[in-house]
Design a protein around this ligand. Structure first.
Ligand code: COA
Length: 194
């Protein structure tokens, strides 16, 4: 985004374009101050990543809602899934898994999970991971992407809504008794359909 396009009351502007460093500018009065330069990069999962990835799972979810190690490995190693990693310097900051399944000539992408370590939240990492999942879905020929989210998970629901995901259903007792899931869906027809 060009600086000239910043509107007067924008609290911040961020640019997330793949492996290019992200720059956030915080507005102070009428002057722009370079607040910080984040060096987050995004890449595909490598086998050595598992311990760091699972440490994030343990930070993000309590038992019994957390995926078990064996199940997590199965998700990652499935031939239909793609796992994206967010990292800053040597530290893994987040990850996300998408599974693309074809049924009757129609491919749909399903978000298995998206997780950012607490210390790195509110910086746009999940939004960029979502970009990557959607791109992987499109590359696999998916025309839609969908997910389950805990009906009480307000931050995740805000993330999906802000990225044009629409609620399309609800499953009671999905995660546990009285713990419902909402189903969110987004069309993946083209890059423009964001
Ligand atoms: C839900 C979750 C993935 C969001 O991760 P995140 O990296 O914090 O998400 P983002 O930074 O992209 O967006 C979160 C908020 O930060 C804001 N934000 C983004 N960049 C920002 C920046 N540079 N400065 C300030 N705020 C920023 C976004 O606008 C958004 O605001 P909102 O919540 O008021 O709408 C994270 O909270 C998490 O891992 N939760 C636990 C696991 C989980 O529940 N996963 C969902 C499974 S369905």
């Amino acid at each position: 985004m060009l600086l000239g396009s910043i509107q007067p009351f924008d609290p911040y502007v961020r640019s997330t374009n793949g492996g290019v460093p992200q720059i956030s500018l915080l507005r102070s009065g009428i002057r722009f101050n370079l607040n910080y330069i984040e060096l987050v990069h995004y890449r595909l999962y490598l086998p050595d990543d598992f311990a760091s990835l699972y440490a994030i799972e343990e930070l993000c979810f309590e038992r019994p809602f957390r995926f078990g190690r064996r199940y997590m490995r199965e998700l990652i190693e499935s031939p239909t899934s793609t796992t994206w990693i967010a990292a800053e310097d040597d530290a893994m900051t987040g990850f996300a898994i998408v599974d693309c399944l074809t049924d009757k000539n129609r491919t749909a992408a399903y978000i298995q999970t998206i997780e950012v370590a607490p210390a790195y939240r509110q910086r746009g990492i999940a939004s960029e991971l979502l970009n990557r999942l959607e791109s992987s879905g499109r590359a696999a020929g998916a025309t839609m992407i969908w997910l389950h989210v805990d009906a009480h998970n307000e931050s995740a629901i805000r993330l999906y809504q802000s990225r044009a995901y629409r609620q399309s259903g609800r499953r009671e007792h999905y995660y546990a008794r009285n713990r419902a899931a909402e189903i969110y869906v987004k069309a993946l027809n083209s890059e423009i359909a964001e």
